[in-house]
Design a protein around this ligand. Sequence first.
Ligand code: ADP
Ligand code: MG
Length: 801
Amino acid sequence: DFDAPGEDLLQDADLADSRPKYRLIERPDEIQEQRVALPIHAEEHRIMEAVLHHSVVIICGDTGSGKTTQVPQFLVEYGFSDHDGPCPGMIGVTQPRRVAAVSMAARVKKELGLSDKLVGYQIRFDSELDSNTAVKFMTDGVLLREMAKDLTLSKYSVIVIDEAHERNVNTDILIGMLSRVLKLRNAPESKHKLRLIIMSATLRVQDFAENKRLFIKAPPVIKVDGRQFPVSVHFNKRTPGDYIEEAYSKVCKIHKRLPPGGILVFLTGQQEINQVVRRLRATFKSPKTATEANIAPVSVSAKDTDMEIDDIDLGGSYNSDALADADDNDRDDYESDDEGFEETLPETNEAPLHVLPLYSLLPTSEQMRIFAEPPEGSRLCIVATNVAETSLTIPGIRYVVDAGRVKEVCYDKETRVQSYRINWISKASADQRAGRAGRVGPGHCYRLYSSAVYENYFDKFAEPEILRLPIEGVVLQMKSMNIDQVVNFPFPTPPDHESIKHAEKTLSYLSALDKKGSLTEIGRVMSLFPLSPRFSRMITVGNQHDCLPYVIALVAAFSVGEIFLSEQESGADLAQIEAKKALLSSYNKSRSAFAALDPKCDALMTLSAVCAYDYETSKEEFCKARFLRAREMKEIESLRSQIARIINVNSGGRYTIADTAKLPPPSAVQLRALKQIITIGFIDQIAARSDLVLDVPEEFAYKAKTLRSQPYVTLLPTKSLAYEVDGVSVQDQVVFVHPEAILAFQSSIPEFICYRLVKKSAGSGKLRIVPMTVPSGTQLAHLSKNTGLVTYSRPLTRPHP
Ligand code: ADP
Ligand code: MG
């Protein structure tokens, strides 16, 4: 019974009988000295005893204590990679990020110093492996895909799940699956035992260790002492909205005035990082000896473009007014923006600054430069994403500058939309980041936010990713790994049943699952894209009539949220309406483009705004004049090229998109196709005008012709029409057109619309929608989820008002 936790783990197959031959590996003195100095060195015996006697072992140790580089080497020395060892097979080590998989493989290879091929790595679209590989570093996604093909992981003797504290979905799913695989592999009759080592940079491991769904007998937890010097933490008095600028000036101040020691800056993504690196290099002398490679251009070789969240550029910063409110400036009299600058050097520090970027898409050779000694007489300054929080330890850091933000995938439960957001980190993350300053000696951490923000806005720990993500995507991914019973899956932190059920239903509307709940061919293609399933579905049907670049523009726009300023924000009620109306025609006039876009449809309205933006030279002015959100428009621009890249790479040659910018206006055929494509992606969100529906309670009856005078005209989801999508009826719910939807400016509304949900406005409790498109076809009785076409055959009984 695969679904039950491992009863037989009680009789942990004891490998101590087949005591391995310990094989001491000769290493160069210099390497050996470094190894012996690591805190984990003292625990080698305890760790290996535990691994021999237990099928699961958890290791907790501070970042830099030596977990990632040393534990695989202990395993090699104890024969876990020998063909005749206690567990014949490979040692597999997973990392949440590709940077870490590649660079840690290189480091362990160097430390082991054996045959070149002994240590390898595999990340999506790139690998360095051969038949002799004994230690394989990989991303957790790679191991998941391997499990889909070979559930028991027969090639491996040990799996090491690293960075488990990050609680990525992949890590959580891997641990859940492995808890069952261990049961099979360690059954008494099994000849081929498997060990699992879970490693965490924090002590918060109870979701794994004390989780009866996973392991009936709690696995041993081995703590490795950190070797940490005190770090003084300095909060900003005020929390600046522009944390990029603030980070830059803080580094300048540190470099000019504080004693030697490396600086590590935490920002959220590639674009921010490159911006700060460029400015710092322009401000300070670069060390002479360093051959300053240019900042890596965004275009990375195709095989290396598996998207990681760190690399998605969102630009932008926080609303500073809101932040000022968040700072309680009276509270902390010890906070001073000058604190920690007591040991100041003369302002005229002339030492060169050796500035390096660090983020996932940076080529590996560039990433590895962080480990090299900075050129003589210069100060090291690394500007990094979250990857430097626990995955990579940078030597010689004494100063940490923490912007306090991280880029995350977010999911709005109300609107069911997934997007990338820059959020506050957790207190635990902030402490990890501060800790980076105390590795070589006492250090300083400068937090670019106030202690009030830290206290009031930071969660204690980051929520496991699985609770933040739209469960549809997770379910799709699991189905693609042949896990059909998602509801019974042993998640370390399970999402609730109802939402899993709901996700399965949504996926079947999207044709990703068949009636039995198994993955369809369409679902398999969808699972290739790391996007919300609705968007993946639109892409799978978007590759016709050259629509894909338009679909990408739409998907990018839907991902960033609202692009038009609200009437309150713009403070120009009528002007804005006019601007919205004028958008199409002005673009049309000036570019003879987008003439035929449907003015009843917010999605196509959005599309025209996004496409018009490409042609504008003064984009800021364009946004101002059209009441568009400049930041969101910029985000869309960069998301479009990134989504195109993801599609090019992940579709395995199925689709190719050359360029997404400066699109010609869609043809009539393309427009019709686009409407169908949108409808297919939101097939379960179709509403009918309430006057079309039989037996509508009076209060919901269609009342007004123009929505401006009656903004809450109701639309009923089409279930009331007894309409079904391939035999499954959609949820029944009354929805209300958002008063700022473009449709609200029209003198009549169509009978059926395909909509997306927007946030309930406070107090009203009404579920507002923004109509996206009018399904093609005039009559509704059957809505095809494969064509998005509607046919209707029932007579309308309520007279049109
Ligand atoms: P942990 O996984 O516990 O955070 P690691 O095993 O990653 O610790 O790191 C142990 C030590 O090895 C750290 O001090 C780190 O700076 C050093 N180290 C890791 N990779 C390299 C490298 N490529 N070059 C030099 N030192 C490295
Ligand atoms: Mg590590």
